[in-house]
Ligand binder design. Structure first.
Ligand SMILES: [Zn+2]
Length: 239
């Protein structure tokens, strides 16, 4: 029992150090993930906007071709006007010319509208490019910081985990499950030393008979008030 209590205490120290290393990284891993997502999202939006601009340019080119064709048609109809022999033919041709003109007007309006659209899209692209550059720089800076921290703590963490496994192997299943359960509820502190004849966790006084048992280190004793595992710490209890 003596050595098992000691093992429990070492286990707690190992777990506390692991927790400390985890805290050292803080929310950096989440931040790295978040900035990565921002970078990807902006990249996607940039691509979509660039495609929209391409589409607008294509549509405009197509309209310019359409106008050229319409103008040619109109020219042809106008020439035919001189050669008509009946009023009916004349009216029909004039109507055609009018229809073509109406279409050309529509095309021209759309071309002007597309100028505005392209201008807006170009502004949007520019600000998205800036955003993307900013997010990318941000992401890589945070990632570099995280990698630095990981490199420093990874080796220690690996060793601690190995050590932890070994310690857990030396404990009874029931002891270990008590430790794990209490640790989760008590902010990582499941094993406490007696301090001035009281539990070092909740500071409730321990009856003399139990104190004796704890001191003899022959039993696995938990505090009846807070549930923590009680140990006799030579250093703390010398006085
Ligand atoms: Zn207690």
């Amino acid at each position: 029992m003596r050595s098992k209590l000691k093992t429990l205490f070492s286990l707690q120290e190992t777990d506390l150090r692991l927790k400390e290393l985890e805290n050292l990284r803080g929310d950096l891993p989440q931040q790295v993930e978040k900035t990565k997502q921002e970078m990807i999202d902006t990249g996607n939006r940039l691509q979509t906007t660039k495609q929209e601009l391409k589409d607008a340019e294509l549509e405009q080119k197509q309209l310019q071709t359409d106008i050229k064709q319409a103008n040619a048609k109109q020219e042809k109809y106008k020439n035919q006007l001189y050669r008509v022999s009946t009023n009916r033919e004349y009216d029909a041709l004039t109507a055609e010319i009018e229809a073509v003109k109406e279409n050309t007007d529509k095309f021209e309006l759309r071309i002007l509208k597309l100028d505005d659209i392209q201008e807006e899209l170009q502004t949007k692209i520019q600000s998205l490019e800036e955003e993307k550059t900013k997010f990318t720089a941000n992401h890589y800076a945070l990632d570099k910081e995280l990698q630095g921290k990981l490199n420093r703590s990874n080796r220690e963490e690996d060793n601690l985990r190995l050590h932890r496994k070994e310690l857990v192997g030396r404990l009874d299943r029931q002891m270990y499950s008590t430790y794990e359960r209490v640790r989760k509820g008590k902010n990582g502190i499941a094993v406490v030393a007696i301090q001035r004849n009281a539990c070092g966790g909740c500071f409730n006084a321990i009856p003399p008979q139990r104190l004796l048992e704890i001191r003899e280190k022959e039993k696995f004793i938990t505090c009846e008030f807070c549930g923590r595992i009680l140990i006799w710490n030579e250093k703390e209890n010398k006085k």
